[in-house]
Design a protein around this ligand. Structure first.
Ligand SMILES: [Zn+2]
Length: 328
């Protein structure tokens, strides 16, 4: 695949057959070659970013080997078995209950940063692992109490289930991810006109930051219906021919992005001001003049490099310039 999607793929075997093996799990946790991924309040530990180190250094995720991780393990309030990497067990360890000074002392190096900053620049396999760890430990922090009876829950199955502690209820809760659709809408160009796609500038963003439209799937609708509804709600455009393209785990905080293309059957734009402050049809030539996300030297900017929105736009640019038919 020419355009890679961040937080996908990776080299982890989730080894779900090991999750109920408590003896094996506890032996792995004290093994000198086990891998520990620290998490603190939704942040991931990275070396080489914003910590005073030389910025010519390639930023790297910090994953502690077991023989260096005893202090992290003992400081963690929640530990999740993530899987096996080159036959070594990998765990995520959440230290969110500690204050910043204490947690920095415990890890001893690097800095806790938002994965959206580190994700595009660290090793791709590590970025996938960081996203998984962040998503799992976020889920634990949000499900400490039973949604049915209100009693405390406890972690089981290596952290892949939480069980209500009230024996009369005993309701299990499983890790969840909220489906969201994200869609590149293209027009049907008139003869002699270039094809255009519809990009929006969210109300919460700086002017000029453009992205494909997106929204959460609601109960009782299909993915295609969610695409159709969201586009109409946000910009008043009707679409058909909704085609699935790709997906991306997006643990910011708890989503999976389901990427589509769709074809507009109307083109007049009527913006929902609560969500969108600008939406326009852009030709490929115009999009190629966009700057990168965050580069304010450009009036219009592409979405983040680690987003599936960027992937949907780049693959569309390839399609309209015919590159997808080249043999490479
Ligand atoms: Zn309960």
């Amino acid at each position: 695949m020419k355009h890679q999607i961040r937080y996908t793929g990776g080299d982890l075997d989730r080894a779900n057959d090991r999750r109920k093996d408590t003896g094996w799990l506890s032996a792995q946790l004290s093994h000198p070659e086990t891998h520990i991924v620290p998490i603190w309040r939704n942040l991931n530990l990275v070396e080489g970013m914003d910590d005073g180190t030389d910025h010519n250094v390639q930023p790297e995720a910090i994953i502690f080997p077991g023989h260096e991780a005893a202090h992290v393990i003992s400081a963690a309030e929640e530990i999740v078995f993530l899987g096996l990497r080159e036959s070594r067990a990998v765990f995520g360890a959440d230290m969110s209950s500690h204050e910043e000074d204490r947690v920095n002392q415990t890890v001893g190096r690097g800095s806790f940063v938002d994965l959206r900053q580190a994700g595009p620049v660290i090793n791709a396999h590590d970025a996938t692992l960081m996203a998984y760890a962040r998503g799992m430990l976020y889920w634990h922090r949000q499900h400490r109490y039973c949604g049915r009876c209100g009693h405390q829950t406890r972690s089981e199955d290596g952290g892949h289930m939480r069980m209500c502690s009230n024996d009369a209820c005993a309701r299990p809760t499983f890790p969840r991810t909220d489906p969201a659709v994200i869609m590149l809408v293209e027009n049907k160009p008139e003869p002699g006109e270039p094809p255009r796609c519809l990009l929006g500038n969210h109300s919460k963003w700086a002017h000029g930051n453009f992205s494909t439209l997106a929204g959460f799937v609601e109960p009782g609708e299909t993915l295609e219906e969610a695409v159709t509804r969201e586009v109409y709600e946000e910009v008043g455009v009707r679409v058909s021919d909704v085609r699935y393209q790709a997906s991306q785990p997006w643990p910011f905080p708890a989503s999976i992005m389901l990427g589509f293309w769709a074809t507009a059957t109307t083109t007049d734009i009527s913006i929902d001001d609560d969500e969108i402050q600008d939406a326009r049809w852009f030709a490929a030539e115009e999009i190629r003049q966009f700057g990168d996300w965050g580069n304010m030297d450009y009036p219009n900017r592409l979405p983040r490099k680690d987003s599936i929105s960027r992937y949907l736009i780049e693959t569309w640019l390839d399609k309209v310039s015919g590159k997808e038919r080249s043999p490479d």
